[in-house]
Design a protein around this ligand. Structure first.
Ligand code: SF4
Length: 470
């Protein structure tokens, strides 16, 4: 059986080349191990659905084939027109997986009526089972994480949660499904890798809590770690398979090295057998002297960390991130002292936000001095706590947001849409400006800061200077 993955990964940025995604690469590996052939349409820019269909057809050949879509809520817009085309023009069955389908399997089947199945949760057991059955000319039945639409009655038959993949047993991801030389990071030879799945924290805007709850309800552990020795072997294989010189790794784990004992073992093996510089995601609470020392001596040169909001109340009550500004400052100090560069993640347009709280975020970045900042607009993903809050407070709009750097899906009482877009577009410039003001002598600096605060809180400033929503 041929399985063609379609992975929309579209960003409205001229330099965007798409990113490696371990979810699809891992499924490619288990399917190949089970004797199936796999291909990938990695959709990185908007294109005519007819063109995408031609790419799917070229990979599917004469068939029989299964076309498997993996997408987030935002990228669903690129999948919706494709699924009926695949059914009608190519006659192949279709399956959806990934985060949106996992958090709302019945909704996904309802929203995309041409879909045959949804895989809820990890697909490592589900997809080979479906492919095996189809290869034998049989139809898969619901269960084990597979949700089914009855083609005769249209009824949606629930299939529960898929078994969590055993990271100590599944084959190494099939990285060559992606155009390894052409994706983001390829020019610098930075390989994106993952040592774990899941996250122990509970941020309200993140799918991790909903996923953990879904796995827990089925008596399964969600947070899983690859054994250190096996992970190092995976990295060695990734280096061998990369068509170019490897400059380093980025560990895409939601949080890298949660378990310090694991990190110590990994560090020992990594230094002896690889030793490349790397970057990783970390929580400020986890930035302790011991962990920083360990990371730095293992080769960590860059950390990405969520600051999210500079307003401690919003951060704590709306996002459920209990870290204080003082703790953030301490974390920054430790990382900088160890020579590790920092990127902050920032979120704008939160429920309860106003221009004053956005300025708090901008000013906290100015004070802490990260090397880079990512500043996106909150998107309330279905199934998250913040989605429910926004819904209950009547903040959700029907706006279709295709890029969470370009528009907001919420109508906020304290912050207009223009203000959200204005602050998103001017974020970096404003951080630089406030940083300059901080360096001015006492009274002058405070006067100019107060004046800037006041001007930026006037709504007409955003009306005049915000970019048009896209
Ligand atoms: S720390 Fe990051 S990955 Fe973990 S729940 Fe919060 S946002 Fe999600």
């Amino acid at each position: 059986m041929r399985v063609v993955f379609v992975y929309p990964d579209v960003l409205d940025a001229p330099q965007w080349k798409g990113y490696y995604y371990e979810g699809v690469a891992s499924l490619g590996a288990v399917l190949e191990e089970a004797g199936h052939q796999v291909g990938l349409v990695h959709l990185t820019r908007r294109e005519d659905p007819g063109e995408t269909l031609r790419r799917i057809a070229a990979l599917a050949g004469e068939g029989p084939a299964l076309v498997a879509f993996s997408f987030s809520s935002i990228q669903k817009a690129y999948v919706e027109p494709l699924v009926p085309l695949v059914r009608e023009e190519l006659g192949f069955p279709t399956l959806a997986g990934g985060i949106h389908a996992t958090l709302d399997p019945a909704g996904t089947l309802r929203e995309i009526p041409a879909l045959d199945w949804v895989c809820r949760g990890d697909g490592e057991e589900v997809l080979p089972r479906v492919a095996d059955l189809l290869a034998r000319g049989e139809r898969p039945s619901p269960g084990g994480g597979l949700w089914v639409r009855d083609r005769t009655t249209g009824e949606i038959k629930p299939g529960g949660m898929a078994p969590a993949a055993d990271l100590a047993r599944i084959p190494f991801p099939k990285r060559d499904l992606f155009d390894q030389a052409g994706i983001q990071g390829a020019e610098q030879g930075i390989l994106s890798v993952m040592s774990s799945r899941g996250c122990p924290f509970h941020c309200t805007y993140c799918c991790n809590k909903a996923l953990r709850d879904a796995y827990k309800a089925g008596g399964q552990a969600y947070l899983r770690q690859k054994p250190a020795e096996r992970f190092v072997r995976e990295l060695e294989e990734a280096v061998r398979g990369f068509p170019g010189a490897v400059g380093g790794f980025f560990f895409e784990d939601d949080i890298f090295g949660v378990d310090l004992e694991w990190l110590e073992e990994f560090s020992r093996l990594y230094k002896a057998r690889l030793g490349h510089a790397f970057g990783c995601n970390l929580r400020p609470e986890m930035v302790t002297p011991r962990r920083v020392r360990l990371l730095a001596e293992t080769g960590c040169r860059r950390v990405h960390m969520g600051l999210e909001s500079g307003d401690e109340r919003l951060r704590k009550e709306v996002l459920k991130r209990t870290v204080s500004n003082a703790l953030l400052e301490r974390a920054f100090g430790l990382l900088k002292e160890a020579g590790i560069s920092i990127l902050t993640y920032n979120l704008l347009g939160l429920p309860g936000e106003d221009a004053r709280s956005v300025l708090e975020t901008i000013k906290l970045n100015a004070r802490l001095g990260p090397d880079e900042m990512q500043h996106s607009i909150l998107y309330p993903f279905m199934g998250t706590e913040i989605y429910e809050k926004a819904k209950a407070e009547g903040l959700l709009t029907k706006r279709r947001v295709l890029d969470y750097f370009k528009d907001t899906a919420l109508d906020l009482p304290g912050l207009t849409r223009e203000q959200v877009l204005f602050f998103q577009a001017r974020f970096q410039g404003l951080v630089t400006w406030y940083r300059r003001l901080e360096r001015l002598p006492g009274l002058l600096g405070r006067l100019l800061e107060g004046l800037t605060d006041r001007v930026l809180q006037w709504k007409w400033v955003a009306v005049l200077f915000s970019p048009r929503p896209r």
